[in-house]
Design a protein around this ligand. Sequence first.
Ligand code: CA
Ligand code: CA
Ligand code: CA
Length: 336
Amino acid sequence: MIHQRLFIASILVGLCISQVALAESYVIAPNTAAPKGNLSPALLVIRNGGGTYIGETDDGRPIFDLPANSPLITKKSDYNVEFEIEPLGNRKIYEARELLVSYRPGKKPSRQDLADAGFEVVEDYERGTVLVIRPTQAIVLNQETINRLAILRQIEHAEFNHRCKVAPLEAQEFTGQDNAPPPVNDPLWDKLYGIRRVGTPEAWRNINPSPSPSSSNSQFGDDSEEIIVAVIDTGVDYRHADLRANMWVNPDEIPGNGKDDDGNGIIDDVHGASFVGGRASGDPMDDNGHGTHCAGTVGGVGNNGIGVVGVNRRVKIMALKFLDKDGYGTDIDYVK
Ligand SMILES: [Ca+2]
Ligand SMILES: [Ca+2]
Ligand SMILES: [Ca+2]
């Protein structure tokens, strides 16, 4: 997926979960001249765990050190993610913890080196210089144990492989001042909270002062058919009557033939892919509902007399699933 030549207009992740304050630590190997904020590109995520964020360069300069509740905004996108962080004192939870470590290109630490430091490889993410590792003994993962990795000079960066969870969907109805007649014939227009809250009707009216169900697509300024939006979430019900016309279709993959026609390592990935549980699959069907809800907000087919309308009435939605049916997923599966 990562190597597809695609224009991804935006990435939506709707994650939110209760959090517990905990100091979170990052470590940079002593000989790594990391400029300020230069974390591994594959690991740029927001950290808003309510703790203090610390990173150091080889000469001791802090990379970042933020007070509680100051989110780090990534360079890549501007999404709102909060991660579940269990109490450090909860030994049982941390016994099962994993770490993500990135290493310098061509400098992958050997399994023996990692074993000498007390870790074993859970997963080798070969498309990036990233390993998922875990302690070989039931120990608490904290700064001290992470520091043991610092003796491996190949390692640039280490952090917890967080487990995160989507917030349950809450029904909300729009209660704003928009008294204009419905611009589309989608029957759930009156119940659409998100896109009206963010002013989508006003945006449409900037293009067409009187949008109505009889307006043509072009009169909505609806030229976004070539834009691909990746919804990274619990998957998407790509057969949904109000979404299927707006689903991205992999042009180089023949569906249902049991072969990886485009050679990207994933069989029959027609509308996206799933990375749940560390296994790549070509079927990102949503078994939770959250991702389909998000996809509807992004690109529910507009003015078709069915269901909802998205911010983009015509768009191509790529379903990338990393959260399971209960809404849980990990950092590493998100990165994929
Ligand atoms: Ca494929
Ligand atoms: Ca195929
Ligand atoms: Ca619709």
